[in-house]
Unconditional design. Structure first.
Length: 128
C-alpha cells in the first residue's frame, strides 16, 4: 500500500469528496487482492466509525497531514461536482487553504482570494 493512496483517501474523507462506504469498498478490494493484507485495512473495512475517526486511522497507517495544492483543488472540485458539498463549503475550503496570509500566498492563491472577495454578496464572516 503506498503512502500517496492512503494520503489521498484521508484528505478525500476530510473534504467529503468520498464517503466512508467508498473507502471501505476500496479496503475490501485491497484485502481481496492481497495474500496478507495489512491489519489496518481489515479494521477500516469492518469499521462503523465516523469519517473523521477513519481519517485518524488512515493517518496512523501512514497518511501525510499535507497534500499538494493541485490535489487539494482536485478533491474540493470532486466533492463539489459530486454534490457532496455546496458552493459555500467549497469556497470556505478554498479560502481557508489558500487565502489566510497575503504575504505567503502564491499568485494562484491571490487569484482565488480575489475571485472570492469580488463575488457578489461576499462577506468575510462567511468563512468563519
Amino acid at each position: 500500500m503506498d503512502q500517496q493512496h492512503i494520503t489521498i483517501l484521508a484528505h478525500a474523507l476530510e473534504l467529503n469528496a468520498l464517503a466512508v462506504e467508498e473507502v471501505q469498498s476500496w479496503c475490501d478490494k485491497q484485502i481481496a487482492e492481497s495474500e496478507e493484507p495489512n491489519y489496518w485495512l481489515i479494521e477500516l473495512s469492518t469499521s462503523r466509525k465516523h469519517r473523521l475517526d477513519i481519517v485518524n486511522q488512515l493517518k496512523k497507517a501512514g497518511a501525510l497531514s499535507e497534500i499538494e495544492d493541485e490535489m487539494y483543488l482536485t478533491l474540493v472540485a470532486g466533492a463539489y461536482f459530486r454534490e457532496r458539498i455546496d458552493h459555500h463549503m467549497a469556497t470556505q475550503f478554498l479560502f481557508l487553504r489558500f487565502c489566510i496570509d497575503w504575504e505567503v500566498m502564491t499568485d494562484l492563491h491571490q487569484q482565488i482570494f480575489l475571485i472570492q472577495v469580488n463575488r457578489p454578496g461576499f462577506s468575510g464572516d462567511q468563512v468563519n
